[in-house]
Design a protein around this ligand. Structure first.
Ligand SMILES: Cc1cc2nc3c(=O)[nH]c(=O)nc-3n(C[C@H](O)[C@H](O)[C@H](O)COP(=O)(O)O)c2cc1C
Length: 351
């Protein structure tokens, strides 16, 4: 029904308007008595075979919502009711910021893709803290951290540390995001030296805490193999807990949408179906080179249940979706979970 009726209607409006309206509608549904229970009953799917223990956290299923949808942690309860096994909120920055000028979000239906240059628009740390204060401990929440656009790269470690300290007791795991192509020069922080500076502060703070919070690094699909090797050496040399692979790409290769349209859209990160192959490659590379020793959250171009299954087979411990959720609708997670359950049953009968 979503693809036949609702999606054609929603796609008539600007993507950003629909995004805001969707978050508002989700929150509203959550406020109606029985609203969340109804969403859970119609959209989520639970089964013991879907449960996973990754970096010390027990996930009800391996399919999460990727960062960028619930930037301010406003609708994580409702998103959990839609069946997501975990919700990554953010990217949050210490101070609120408006992001890049509009338009900054574009659909490419012929490619089942999205281009965005949102630029970390968010309401800032204090607002997120307010939203997470009375959080449900049964919902697994990841906190995706970024620096303010106006913070110079050499001061970035302070931004990440401030967010990390303040959110420490409110989220279950952290993601250091230095791979967004839409914040000027931030991807330069993916080099060894800058990463060590950012991460060391977080490791030091964590050492003094009673609770352990896993720290992951979100990387770009545009890294070369030598750059991926650098990331692997950081994994081996530090207490970093894992990798989120991948963010959006700056590549425009192999798109069906005509080049004039692509040119008129301009800069931004591409997500959705054109990213599937590259994200899988990056995950497989990291998994094989590290002999599966580090958890990887696979994200990028999961548009079908089969894509999610392939990502797990390539070495991801967990999977996230964003564009697939936009194109496939609110029952997408349920479809993936049912498929994974069936696949695991088939495997068992074959064995
Ligand atoms: C509109 C939009 C906003 C995004 N914002 C963020 C963000 O704030 N932080 C982040 O780490 N990733 C962000 N992403 C990237 C996604 O989390 C994900 O890594 C990427 O879209 C690839 O997954 P997909 O192909 O399933 O969309 C954003 C993606 C989109 C489409």
């Amino acid at each position: 029904m979503y693809k036949q009726l609702l999606r054609p209607l929603l796609f008539q409006f600007s993507p950003e308007t629909i995004h805001r309206a969707s978050v508002a509608a989700l929150k509203l549904a959550g406020h109606i008595p029985g609203g969340r229970a109804l969403m859970r009953a119609t959209c989520s799917f639970r089964h013991p075979s879907l449960e996973r223990e990754v970096f010390g956290i027990r996930f009800p299923n391996p399919i999460g919502l990727a960062a960028g949808f619930d930037k301010n942690a406003e609708a994580y309860r409702e998103l959990s009711a839609l069946g997501f096994g975990f919700v990554e909120v953010g990217t949050v920055t210490p101070k609120p910021q408006p992001g890049n000028p509009r338009p900054r979000l574009f659909r490419l239906p012929a490619d089942k893709a999205i281009i965005n240059r949102m630029g970390f628009n968010n309401l800032g740390l204090s607002n997120m803290l307010k939203n997470l204060r009375r959080r449900d401990p049964n919902i697994i929440i990841g906190g995706n951290l970024g620096k303010n656009t106006l913070t110079a790269n050499e001061d970035a470690p302070q931004d990440y540390l401030k967010l990390f300290r303040s959110l420490y007791e409110y989220v279950d795991y952290f993601v250091v995001n230095v791979s967004c192509p839409n914040v000027k020069d931030i991807t330069a922080l993916q080099n060894r030296e800058s990463l060590f500076e950012i991460l060391d502060g977080l490791f030091d703070f964590r050492r003094g805490q009673n609770q352990y919070r896993p720290i992951l690094l979100k990387i770009s699909p545009d890294l070369t193999n030598p750059q991926l090797d650098d990331i692997i050496s950081i994994l081996k040399e530090t207490p970093l807990d894992g990798i989120v692979a991948t963010n959006t790409t700056t590549s425009r290769e192999g798109l069906r949408t005509n080049s004039k349209t692509i040119q008129s859209i301009g800069n931004g990160g591409l997500s959705g179906a054109p990213l599937t192959k590259r994200s899988l490659e990056v995950i497989r590379y990291l998994h094989e080179k590290t002999e599966g020793q580090y958890p990887i959250i696979g994200v990028g171009g999961v548009m079908t249940p089969e894509d999610a299954s392939r990502m797990l087979e390539a070495g991801a411990s967990l999977v996230q979706v964003y564009s697939g959720f936009i194109y496939e609708g609110p029952r997408f997670v349920r479809r993936i979970c049912k498929f994974l359950k069936l696949s695991s049953e088939l495997k068992q009968t074959e064995e």
